[in-house]
Design a protein around this ligand. Structure first.
Ligand code: R5P
Length: 299
């Protein structure tokens, strides 16, 4: 098996390669003065089974093109079986037409990947639960929830003192799955409304009892608006131990400042998206999904 790491996420790539005791290869990437890229596969991969790791993280459009070029280079070089692992699947929030005339970006990205003749794909905690069924090839949703479960047990070993909170209705399934991994703990829901024009968020209501140590769980943190407002809402409800957990650290706009100044004790994300030095802050801890990827590849 030939394992091609993500040129934008060398740390995660190395962790996975080390755990698999396999060589780590990268495509050669050349950037021309006009910004166009040349991707070249340097190894002889004729009739080889290939695993490619590639996050579709910001800059998303650029990474989609890079992925398409990598896959094309591999196929043209004779690779037979292509398995793709996408730690963060960008554009998965655009899985349907919200308003007349809109494109459906998730479907477009799916088509690009399928056109690249990938044989199977796996991705982590996609925002859209429809993503696996959008693919005609085998598509496996993987999750960072077991990584979060271990961290939660470390912080609060008594299940009775734990409340898992979703900051929007779309995350109910996620907290129920996590509750199961923790042997059944209290869950609660916050309902938010997002203005489709401005992107502004408002908390409209909540359900369930907020008690003990609260863990707010989400698939991603982009501007930080959702999760930070949810933390402030819990703080007003007199919850003093609040932790934030999200698989994908998109960290756009001033998210990192908001998170550092939030009511949370700590913010946990994973390495599905690399967090550059300038986006790191004191309350942040990055957990790794390398073991989950390795387990999937060994199965
Ligand atoms: C949305 O429904 C997602 O689950 C996240 O809550 C959302 O995308 C996070 O975005 P932001 O950090 O910009 O509020």
């Amino acid at each position: 098996m030939f394992f091609y790491g993500d040129p934008n996420n060398p740390d995660l790539s190395k962790k996975v390669a080390d755990a698999l005791y396999t060589n780590l290869y990268y495509p050669e990437v050349t950037v021309f003065p006009d910004g166009e890229k040349r991707i070249r596969i340097l190894e002889k991969v004729v009739d080889k089974k290939i695993v490619v790791l590639k996050s579709l993280c910001p800059p998303v459009d650029e990474n989609i093109m890079q992925l398409a070029f990598i896959l094309d280079g591999l196929k043209r070089s004779g690779a037979t079986e292509l398995s793709l692992i996408v730690p963060y699947f960008g554009y998965s929030r655009g899985d349907h037409v919200f308003r007349d005339g809109e494109a459906v970006p998730t479907e477009v990205v799916v088509k690009i990947i399928e056109a690249s003749r990938v044989d199977k794909i796996a991705f982590f905690d996609p925002h859209s639960i429809k993503l696996p069924e959008m693919f005609k090839i085998p598509a496996t949703p993987l999750s960072a929830l077991s990584v979060f479960a271990e961290k939660i047990k470390e912080i609060e070993p008594a299940p009775k003192k734990i409340t898992l909170v979703t900051p929007d209705m779309g995350g109910i399934r996620r907290i129920l799955q996590l509750s199961e991994l923790l042997g059944g703990v209290n869950t609660a829901t916050i309902t938010k409304e997002r203005d489709l024009h401005t992107g502004n968020i408002e908390i409209s209501s909540s359900e369930g009892e907020f008690r003990g140590t609260c863990f707010i769980i989400d698939d991603m943190i982009s501007t930080g608006g959702t999760i930070v407002q949810a933390a402030a809402y819990l703080f007003e409800k007199d919850i003093k131990k609040i932790y934030l957990m999200a698989t994908h650290a998109v960290f756009s706009a001033d998210a990192t400042t908001k998170l550092e100044n939030s009511k949370a004790e700590k913010v946990f994300v994973t390495d599905s998206i690399p967090v550059p030095k300038e986006k790191q802050f004191e309350k942040l801890e990055v957990l790794t999904i390398a073991e989950e990827i390795t387990k999937y590849l060994k199965d």
